[in-house]
Design a protein around this ligand. Sequence first.
Ligand code: TXA
Ligand code: MG
Length: 538
Amino acid sequence: METRLLKGCEESYAEAARLLLAGEVVGIPTETVYGLAANALDPQAVKKIFEAKGRPQDNPLIVHIADLAQLDLVASRVPESVYRLADAFWPGPLTMILPKSDRIPIEVSAGLDTVGVRMPAHKAAHRIIELSSPLAAPSANTSGKPSPTTANHVFEDMTERIPLIIDGGRCTVGVESTVVDMTGDTPRVLRPGAITEEMIAEVLGDADTDIATKKGLKKGEKPKSPGMAYRHYAPKAPIILYEGAPEDTFRRICEEYNKEDGIICFDEYKAAFKELGFKRVYSLGPSWDHRAHDRRLFAVLRRFDSTKAVRIHAQCPREYGAGEGSVNRLRKSAGFVCVRCTEKTIIGLTGGSGSGKGFFCRLLAEERPDIRVIDTDAVYHGLLEDPQSGLTEALLAVFPTAGNDGRIDRKALAAVVFSDSEKLAVLNRIAHAAVIAACREEIDACPQPIVLLDVPLLFQSGMDRMCTMTVGMLADREVTLRRIISRDNLTRAEGEARLQNQPQDKYYLSHCDLTVKNNGKAEDLEKAAAVFASKYLI
Ligand code: TXA
Ligand code: MG
């Protein structure tokens, strides 16, 4: 069978729909990964998907729809909560498990009485469904291989097995949809993805995640989702996964001396790995950028199949919030075995001035006596006050006019760097290095297993790379304004000017693993601290 590859356009969508209605299988783009689609209501067509993929018959398929009316066609009962999630996240990378209707053949559900339903956002997928019917579609890879995120990946796996692939460009999300089971009392994530447990809980009040997504299945355990049972996403060479703070995973991988091994790393370490002589070094993006990790992961895994790497060492992203998707896929590809590189839980808490970070730290410390709180501003000021500290010496060497009797005069130092961005950058570099070293020492020496670092410039200072979790405080603008006006004795205009220079919520939302909202009510923040401690500090 010849496999045609057509660019996405109205004509090619019509051709795809024609083939699908004739019972054929077509490779289609979605925003998550490419899908191998067939008419979900046609059992003979669906069988062809399993043949093309070499997929075990007991692994059910997701049904893709283009409008909400089709939900009643595929599901027999749709709870109200499903409409609320659909309202928030459809079209998009979320699959909901529902009781299936009689219209869905057992070939799709693999004998289960439930069905996974998703409304994809990619315009090609949307249009092709509109022109044909609800489509059953697994990821368009050969079973066991990494999912395809470009039309060429599909072509590699499916040449001569299917008649048509529609090229809709590179997938913007890059890992498969979040699968959430909506048949129980609490929505339960069975496969993490771009729509996080936290995002679902924000809409419905509650959600949890099946532990098998993190630890794999226990021996003999029956999976909640059949896909959990299969080895997946595996390049030909075995992956060794290093978990922990990026600095620690970097250092640990450096101890490996076989330069023929492949490396999966973060942008911050790519040059350093190359300098060490490693030849095959691929980056997932900046260590904080989970969306980049999702986008790049499968393409990186596939790349290793065309190299001679015998082992692949991978820095694992942080596993919270938007990090859960790529971490789950990496763990699956490594068979849930990992090298732990950071002993303690090290949380970097950041947020604007007046956001309530300090208060949240105190609340968490009350919740959990085994937390050590380190206020990095206080560490910095302590180092400045101490004439014996290396920091004083280092700064006086560069800024001699800021010295007064062997100490740093903070006002004089501020005046030197105030209008000179180069000098400010030098100051920051020296100061951050000293604070990082002091914190390192305190973290290693303290008996507590959990360390909470209160860091105003968490990412700008690079301290995020010491952390196993990053958390951003999001405060209501008016609340913040009132707090800094009264705390620092400012006029409203001065307060507003200061807020102007601070990053907005979207900065923290994109950079941090998790965020906590502060609406200015102490009792709400107390509740948030209790929930945070019970969920993430176990
Ligand atoms: O993003 C995606 O979801 C992509 C694109 C093409 O939409 N599709 C995809 O399908 O990843 P697939 O077949 O590769 O993965 C579907 C996963 C499997 O792990 C399967 O076990 C699970 O969803 N699943 C499907 N139906 C289920 C059901 N009724 N109950 C529990 N798990 C189900
Ligand atoms: Mg798949």
